[in-house]
Design a binder for this molecule. Structure first.
Ligand code: PLP
Length: 446
């Protein structure tokens, strides 16, 4: 595609498109980067540049781009039954087969799925489901949900309210009441002089403090990502989840593990909760469920919650596209590939140890204050002074991100933190390319 074609698409963007999470003035001045095709772990833009997708789209293209089997599954399903819904006591076979397949990989005792169209809709669903649960149990005063600052649970009003992104709260101005937040387990940024495990316990204890402050009889649930993704790949210290589990066991509240990013292999296990040995009651899912080939989400629900919901009369909640048959057929095919190609086993045994080893080599770069990573996730903290952790003035992360794109790598910037979440199928040679390009871009940013 030629330069003039690129200008044509960029003009269409300026004239007609309002893309998500964008500064429109800045985007219009610069012009959007137009992505035209993809294969494996690579994207191509309208100027013909090949770009290694270090973010798997938005943390979702777990099996990589260009899998014909998913195309075929979608086409087959479109021919047979392109649409039907799960409303009013009907069901269809793709949604039933998918619910069965998800129950087969979910933690023991989590055998039911409520389907949605996205991660945000999944979190809207958990909010309504837990409040409905407690009302049905005869404890209608248990309505408060505790989330975490800098957590991300989506962009709908419920998702943004549960999340702890202050900029989203301030801009929207309309947040759902009855949601409280505690601190995130971000040792590098907020741990001061504490040792990581001490810090992990200190922030986990905030959950108990918050439960007592709100009143145990008013708290419905705690929601958290196993590893905070959009907040900057915040990997909790080892002490964090055991302490949270200990606190949750003391109080009668539900535990929601938002698995939208961590689900479907990102940590090398099916779910981040499996990795940490957590036993949630509800797990919002999306993204890796279809590897992003079609929009779909859901909430996996523990049987004890379902037993109560069964007594609650009609659950007045759902979406036209809940369990969409074509998305369900694609998700089934995606799960088949993840299983039959032993992708999680390969991540665990080979590619994530290799990625983490190579990624940690970047610690010697003058800009890098901390390197962290787990499974197929990684983060680099950019600092002016490694000793004091002093930050640079200005948007150094965005500068680094631009250098990456200009040099054929997608890395995302969350403030001064550069993050990666490549397709799970990335191989060792491609990991070498990712790390080499990341170093080059750090050099260009310095
Ligand atoms: N929950 C988490 C943990 C996420 O990372 C995201 C999106 O990045 C969402 C929910 C929202 O998902 P969606 O963008 O599909 O609505």
């Amino acid at each position: 595609m030629s330069e003039s074609n690129t200008l044509h698409w960029q003009n269409l963007s300026r004239e007609h498109l309002l893309p998500p999470f964008s500064d429109y003035r800045e985007l219009n001045a610069k012009g959007a980067r137009i992505i035209t095709r993809a294969s494996g772990v690579y994207l191509w833009d309208s100027k013909g540049n090949r770009i290694l997708d270090g973010m798997a789209g938005l943390w979702c293209v777990n099996i990589g781009y260009g899998r014909e089997e998913l195309v075929e599954a979608a086409a087959r399903q479109m021919r047979e039954l392109p649409y039907y819904n799960l409303f009013f006591q009907t069901a269809h076979t793709p949604a039933l087969e998918l619910a069965n397949a998800i129950a087969g990989i979910a933690p023991i005792g989590m055998d039911h799925v409520f389907f949605t169209g996205s991660g945000s809709e999944s979190n809207d669903t958990v909010l309504r489901m837990v409040r409905h649960y407690w009302m049905t149990k005869g404890q209608p005063q248990k309505q408060v949900i505790i989330g975490r600052w800098n957590g991300y649970h989506g962009s709908t009003v419920a998702g943004a309210s549960l999340g702890g992104m202050k900029a989203m709260h301030e801009q929207a101005g309309l947040l759902i009441s009855g949601i409280e937040h505690i601190d995130q387990p971000y040792w590098y940024g907020e741990g001061d002089d504490l040792d990581p495990d001490e810090f992990g316990i200190r922030v986990a204890e905030q959950l108990e403090q918050k439960i007592l402050e709100v009143g145990e009889d008013k708290v419905a649930a705690f929601i958290a990502e196993p590893i905070q993704g959009a907040g900057g790949v915040i990997i909790p210290p080892d002490s964090y989840w055991p302490k949270i589990r200990e606190i949750l066991a003391r109080y009668d509240i539900l535990f929601i593990a938002d698995e939208v990013i961590c689900g479907f292999g990102r940590t090398g296990e099916w779910f981040g909760s499996d990795y940490y040995g957590n036993a949630p009651d509800l797990m919002p899912i999306a993204k890796g469920l279809t590897s992003g080939y079609l929009p779909m989400g859901g909430v996996i629900v523990r049987d004890k919650v379902v037993q109560v919901l069964n007594e609650g009369g009609e659950f007045y909640h759902g979406f036209t596209y809940s369990g969409h048959p074509v998305a369900a057929a694609v998700a089934l095919e995606n799960l088949r590939i993840l299983k039959e190609e032993n992708i999680l086993e390969r991540v665990k045994a080979k590619t994530s140890p290799y990625l983490q080893k190579r990624w940690r080599e970047l610690a010697d770069h003058p800009l890098v204050g901390e390197v962290r990573g787990l499974g197929m996730l990684g983060a680099l903290e950019l600092v002016k002074d490694k000793q004091t952790r002093e930050r640079f003035p200005g948007a150094i992360g965005m500068r680094c991100r631009e250098h990456c794109l200009d040099n054929g790598l997608v890395m995302r910037a969350v403030g001064d933190t550069m993050i990666i979440s490549p397709p799970l199928v990335i191989n060792e040679e491609e990991i070498d390319e990712l790390v080499t390009k990341a170093r080059l871009c750090l050099d260009l940013t310095a």
